[in-house]
Design a protein around this ligand. Structure first.
Ligand SMILES: C[S@@+](CC[C@H](N)C(=O)[O-])C[C@H]1O[C@@H](n2cnc3c(N)ncnc32)[C@H](O)[C@@H]1O
Length: 491
């Protein structure tokens, strides 16, 4: 499931790396395992990675908490972020190299040592921290958190890693993979089934040649993007060191600075949100002029990023919004997210498949931002690619089709339904829409691409013949959002 308030992303910066390669783990005696450990970037990064592995935690939720409590400087917080996000994104690639260097499968490596080796691999190969510093610091970490008996092993593997350049390792990994998809999966650190799904979606647009660019974009930290809710006290102003993005007229793309300070000062009017998500919500609110008294539904609203945009737009046009979310704790997040426009948004919690029981009178516009694999947001959720399984797809498409049926039943005659996912997987996008169109002769599709191109401040880079809109990280610098617009016949 996807979230919009995550922001996410890792900071880059070689100066941080240099400063911090001396920090933390070496300031105490690494052999005194009972002494309280002062926070260091590598120790905090290890703790986050261990929590992600052991407790199925989300790095973008755990990391900010750990950083807040760490007492680390801004530079060391940036280094920690890079260590966590970079290591998680490139885990598949580093595992190939660790296997070669260790002469055994990663399945046969002690789990703590494996996390530490991945952290070391990222420093050596991803951040190009000088080999002696990276090896020394990482071995020190093993002495603090790992088994004493594995220290020699970790030291030996890291030294083997450091003996070859990143380019030599890349060539070695390329050579040892088999098919073309296996090579791409290994080199760009994606599971092979995701590579195949992306290839299939791009091929429909006649752009299969962009696959490598897409995979590479997934491994880059996205820029932090803010949404300025329309009608807010400073919605027209761009914050310092920000520029308007190409995709959403509400966007402010940050060129540095702390988004936390800007968002906290704004009382909910300015918030972190991917441009693709902003555009998806604006497609619902701007597809046609708003008639006073319209009632809109956000059927799967948690954590509420799009509800806030819809609420702000509805408020200006005299409409109101019902925001529904099945998980009560996520409905609370929606309630918090719409703080600036609470007079316009009613937050409710229930299964979206039963929405017509609670609201038999129906809705003029519905946003169905469906639970999905989230394969379009891998940049911002670095561990997600390793957790998702191909078997998740059929289960999700069943739920998506059921929610689609409920949304259609809740649509007033003449009403508009936007079906949205943050996944480009065809089974979750066009196939769900095609099934709905086949089943309901009173539904017709209109061009989400055309509506989107009238909203976007700059020409939208899209391809293919579909009426639906498919955005891509490598082309649009957004999550790979999909939007289809369905209109129900009638007045
Ligand atoms: C893609 S997320 C929505 C993101 C949200 N629109 C935003 O912009 O912040 C999908 C949401 O659907 C919720 N969900 C899953 N099954 C549901 C159901 N049967 N009824 C309503 N919501 C559901 C999930 O809990 C999740 O919060």
């Amino acid at each position: 499931m996807s979230t919009e308030r995550d922001g996410g992303g890792g900071a880059h910066g070689s100066s941080h790396r240099r400063n911090s390669s001396r920090g933390g783990a070496t300031r105490q005696n690494p052999r005194d395992r009972n002494a309280p450990q002062a926070a260091s970037p590598r120790l905090v990064a290890y703790q986050v990675l261990a929590e992600v592995r052991d407790a199925d935690a989300y790095a973008n939720l755990v990391l900010p908490h750990r950083l807040r409590d760490s007492g680390l400087s801004a530079a060391d917080r940036a280094l920690t972020t890079e260590l966590v996000y970079g290591t998680l994104r490139m885990q598949g690639y580093y595992d190939q190299i660790i296997q070669i260097a260790a002469g055994r499968s990663v399945d046969n490596i002690d789990p703590v040592a494996l996390v530490i080796l991945r952290l070391g691999a990222h420093q050596l190969l991803g951040m190009r921290i000088p080999s002696h510093a990276a090896v020394f610091e990482t071995v020190s970490l093993q002495k603090i958190v790992g088994r004493e008996s594995a220290v020699g092993f970790v030291n030996g593997v890291l030294r083997a890693l450091g003996r070859r350049s990143p380019e030599e390792w890349l060539a070695e990994v390329r050579e040892s993979a088999g098919s073309e998809d296996a090579v791409l999966a290994a080199v760009y650190s994606h599971p092979e089934w995701i590579v195949r799904a992306f290839r299939a979606s791009l091929r429909v647009e006649g752009r299969a040649g962009e696959l490598e660019q897409l995979l590479a974009a997934d491994n880059e930290a996205p820029r932090v993007t803010l949404a300025r809710l329309p009608g807010g006290p400073h919605s027209e102003e761009l914050p310092d060191r920000a520029y308007e993005g190409d995709v959403s007229p509400l966007s402010a793309v940050l060129d540095g600075g702390d988004p936390g300070e800007i968002t906290a000062r704004s009382n909910g009017w300015i918030r972190v949100q991917d441009q693709g998500s902003q555009l998806a919500a604006l497609i619902v609110s701007r597809v046609r002029p708003i008639k006073e008294g319209e009632v809109w539904l956000d059927l799967c609203a948690g954590p509420g990023g799009k509800s806030a945009v819809l609420g702000a737009e509805a408020r200006l046009g005299g409409a109101r919004v019902v925001a529904n979310e099945v998980v009560p704790s996520r409905a609370d997040l929606v309630w918090r997210s719409v703080a600036a426009v609470r007079d316009t948004v009613e937050v409710v919690s229930g299964d979206g498949r039963d929405i017509t029981e609670a609201y038999p009178e129906g809705f003029d516009r519905i946003l169905l931002d469906a639970p999905c694999t989230g394969l379009g947001a891998l940049r911002r959720r670095p561990e997600a690619r390793w957790r998702k399984q191909p078997g998740d797809v059929p289960e999700l498409t069943r739920l998506q089709e059921e929610l689609m049926e409920a949304a259609i039943a809740a649509l007033r005659p003449g009403g508009i339904l936007a079906y949205v996912t943050c996944s480009p997987h065809r089974a979750e996008t066009r196939m769900v829409v095609s099934t709905a169109l086949r089943k309901h002769s009173d539904l017709r599709e209109i061009s989400a691409r055309e509506v989107a191109s009238q909203i976007a401040p700059h020409p939208l880079q899209t391809a293919g013949d579909d009426l639906s809109l498919q955005l891509w990280p490598h082309r649009n610098e957004t999550d790979a959002m999909f939007v289809a617009l369905l209109v129900r016949d009638g007045v």
